[in-house]
Design a protein around this ligand. Sequence first.
Ligand code: DNO
Length: 354
Amino acid sequence: MEMTLRWYGSKFDTVTLEQIRQIPGVTGVITTLYDTEPGEVWSRERIHALKEEVEAAGLHISGIESVNVHEDIKLGKPEREALIRNYIETLENLGKEDIHLVCYNFMPVFDWTRTELARKRPDGSTVLAYTQKAVDELVPEKMFESIAADTNDTVMPGWEPERMAHVKELFAEYKDVTEEDLFENLKYFLEQIMPVCNKYDIRMAIHPDDPAWPVFGLPRIITNKKNILRMMQMVDDVHNGVTFCSGSYGTNRENDLPDMIRSLKGRIHFAHVRNLKFNSDDDFEEAAHLSRDGSFDMYEIMKALYDIGFEGPVRPDHGRMIWGEKAMPGYGLYDRALGAAYLNGLYEAIEKSR
Ligand code: DNO
């Protein structure tokens, strides 16, 4: 496996490539063209420029997170035809630039959902947190306002203002969309893009829904073992794969994370490894990566990845905000660097004990 860090590009990230280069064992970044809109074609020139910038810093692009999927594709509207053609063109341009991993998600309207971006932990750090109660009491538009107030002047992925401007209309459009419809629309999308993925060997890695249950009455399907296996089977191609995100699948305590990893052998193309601390079944906060700071056994998660022969990129995920850092919540340098070092340590120990 290759240790990587997510990087939003020099215009958007408070963390620099030079800093990432100095984290022991980190050789690649997971990045994106953060200022593109879903549905837009990524030009080969822009991809090439991004690649050169990353390589000039002594790193390389290990994958893209994300090429976002336009809502009309998720909704299965007639407009999807042109939008899927654009998506294919983007994949083609990525393939030509020798990029072979694309993370995306199929969550309606919202990407990940948290109710607090700066909950204070006993050690004085702040973290992202979620309580079902807060969601139940909120109207979706208000959710955006409370998120926007806490972002340290950064644009949070999945919560871009342009996206939020259309929240109300989107909710109306999803009114009659069922989980079955969403599965159908995902299948349609995947079938259309598989030929280009095969041609350029691009591994698509769907990110789970976070939290792993429906929020605000919107359907959500990438939530558990049964559904993800269904998705793998419905388009049975190795390029139709998974981003295994422990922090997202782990929100549902019925998900047995090491077991899920083992059942997805060969289809996990990318891993986000982080820990959560549960205060009750529907109140959790993001902990340090260390097992004993949270509720997951990180050793078992890393061991399962090792056991299935996972060779793709892994990244520490959301970190706590520590040591006075001001950055995009979850995406500062310090705690993610600690996370990378810890995961590398676990990995070395697992490898040597085999
Ligand atoms: C949150 C991330 C997600 C993820 C997308 C992938 O920090 O885990 O925004 O990148 O869902 O498309």
